[in-house]
Design a protein around this ligand. Sequence first.
Ligand code: SAM
Length: 278
Amino acid sequence: MGTLYLVATPIGNLEDITLRALRVLKEVDLIAAEDTRRTRILLQRYGISTPLTSYHPHNWREKAPYLLGLLSEGKKVALVSDAGMPGISDPGEELVKLALARGIEVVPLPGPSAALTALVVSGLPCDRFVFEGFLPRKGRERRERLEALAEEVRTIILYEAPHRLLKTLEDLKAFLGDRLVAIARELTKKHETVWRGNLSQAVEFFQAHPPRGEITLVVGREPSPSPPREIDWGTLIAEVKDLEGKGWERKRALKEVARRWGVSRRDLYKAYLESQDK
Ligand code: SAM
């Protein structure tokens, strides 16, 4: 029996490849690549001339039996995706399942993945997180996924295409509340940027600056706390006095104004008493 190697490749910067990945890509009999043109650029850069064949979501059903046949004959095959870790929002999962079912050894070679790269630079909690890949594009499936995410208490990692980013930010805000978000674009590439803020600010920003390039979103766990407010106690006290002037009891007036402005009744009462001392 041969061996199927799952080889992680760079998500942009061609230097992000391990020594082991280069050795295995050199030694295997065949490389099955999602995008042979893109993989050829990588191989050329490192002087590797191993034969390539395509393996992607549109031909995997026809290609899998051929690759499994080679593996059963004892050949070594490396599977690489367009970028990053094969199997993560990329073809690979099916081939792994089929190979394991035939008793073929499967060896993973770790390396870059956009999801973890974005998570660690996001500034959001990394201790518990969930990877959601691409959201369903529309309809009930999308709504149900967003409803489920509204209950999510872990940091959420999502992939998104640039032309769908704005709609996704709007939907996330509507379903999950105004959470913190980090939007990582073009990671490891020349125009790498990470935008950080909350979802409503992100909607505003990306409306004005339509994004380009590859994007990974990292969404925080809870609605972000509102920015600290400057409370103008004078205005609040004037409102209390106004209500008192209309015949309200002081206690009731304090309660009502505290509710209107979202401040504690005790703090308002304290400010009220201090204003009388002046
Ligand atoms: N297998 C890949 C991995 O492990 O990261 C993911 C493949 S998925 C088809 C491609 C998506 O990953 C892109 O649409 C984008 O959302 C994200 N992505 C890939 N490269 C990226 C990069 N350099 N910066 C930000 N996001 C990236």
